[in-house]
Design a protein around this ligand. Structure first.
Ligand SMILES: Cc1cc2nc3c(=O)[nH]c(=O)nc-3n(C[C@H](O)[C@H](O)[C@H](O)COP(=O)(O)OP(=O)(O)OC[C@H]3O[C@@H](n4cnc5c(N)ncnc54)[C@H](O)[C@@H]3O)c2cc1C
Length: 313
């Protein structure tokens, strides 16, 4: 099995599907949680605690980069877990904000209980975002699987309607609905992160071919740069970055590039050298496995890297 053969033999979409399905397997998850961080997941995850994160934030900031942190965990099973996740953010935000660096936050609403009770997630999200506002901090709602997009956009709108402007949302280019969602949000002068989309979605709701997703991404980025209040162009795709640079110049758009910790760091450094703003996502937490599988699914070579490391142990 070579890095080249994996996508050729089983196809990129099939590869993604196998890896993302494995994320739900408790046996694999338990095995990975025992050995995975040291075996390679720490390339993408700063560690299990905020203390693990701080040196990473310091390093990135010393390199001229902005950062955002996310406490990993999603699709939790009890209201107690949701309350614990919200309380975790209530501890995290003041501590990180007190460092005085440009670090923002992301949350996943399923981590705050969205799938158990949307009203519960709303109450937690409102408390977290209001606390962040008191500390001059910004919190973005990540976008998750397609069946929670409506609820996520709904909570974003409710936060904004309460005057909580220190929040933004994410739009995924692979969903057929997304351009309409962007147009619908524009009256709010939104702060939007534009991504390609990382979940396993059926053809009825999402584009399946990479070339189609790439094209939809460029269109969404251009539209956001032209009309949104702020656009975070979140990608490691050099062509998309080049197009975004041109569009941002053309529309004089307030924007930044965003990338994930452990991915295409050279590209991030190059952008900083050219004078662009770059923000790196620094994830941490004990529940890192599902996040990690999405990074594996994005690139078959990552799986081979992990398997080689596990075999060496
Ligand atoms: C800051 C940030 C926040 C995100 N937030 C969300 C979100 O809220 N919801 C959501 O659904 N998705 C999110 N994503 C993930 C996104 O949807 C894509 O799955 C991911 O960014 C890969 O797409 P790409 O744009 O980098 O382009 P691709 O065409 O997939 O990749 C371009 C190149 O980047 C490199 N690359 C990409 N991914 C990896 C990887 N994992 N490991 C190593 N190299 C890689 C490869 O060299 C590849 O050729 C986020 C991505 C970023 C950067």
């Amino acid at each position: 099995m070579s890095p080249v053969l994996v996508p050729d033999r089983i196809g990129r979409a099939a590869f993604r599907s196998v890896i993302l399905s494995a994320a739900g397997n408790p046996w694999i998850s338990a095995l990975a949680n025992r050995r995975g961080l040291e075996a390679g997941a720490n390339r993408f995850v700063a560690g299990e605690t905020l203390a693990d994160c701080i040196p990473v934030l310091d390093r990135l900031q010393a390199g001229g980069m902005r950062t955002y942190v996310i406490a990993l965990g999603e699709a939790i099973h009890t209201t107690e877990d949701a309350a614990a996740a919200a309380a975790g953010y209530e501890d995290l935000i003041p501590e990180v904000a007190a460092r005085g660096a440009d670090t923002t936050f992301s949350i996943k609403l399923t981590h705050l209980g969205l799938e158990l009770d949307p009203e519960l997630a709303w109450r937690h999200a409102r408390r977290v975002v209001a606390l962040a506002a008191e500390h001059g901090a910004f919190v973005r709602l990540d976008m998750e699987q397609s069946d929670v997009v409506d609820q996520t956009l709904d909570i974003y709108r409710r936060l904004r309607s309460e005057g909580l402007d220190n929040t933004g949302v994410v739009l995924q280019a692979y969903l057929h609905r997304t351009m309409n969602d962007l147009i619908g949000l524009l009256p709010l002068e939104p702060n939007i992160r534009v991504v390609k989309g990382a979940y396993l979605e059926p053809p009825a709701v999402a584009l399946q071919k990479k070339a189609q997703v790439d094209a939809a991404y460029l269109q969404l980025v251009r539209t956001a740069l032209a009309h949104a209040r702020f656009t975070a162009v979140a990608t490691h795709d050099e062509q998309a970055v080049a197009e975004a640079k041109n569009a941002a110049l053309k529309y004089q758009a307030d924007h930044e590039f965003q990338m994930l910790y452990g991915v295409r760091f050279g590209l991030a450094e190059q952008l900083v050298e050219e004078g662009h703003h770059v923000r790196i996502c620094v994830p941490f937490g004990a529940d890192w496995f599902v996040y990690f599988t999405r990074r594996l699914a994005e690139r078959p070579a990552n799986l081979l890297f992990l398997l080689r490391n596990l075999a060496r142990r």
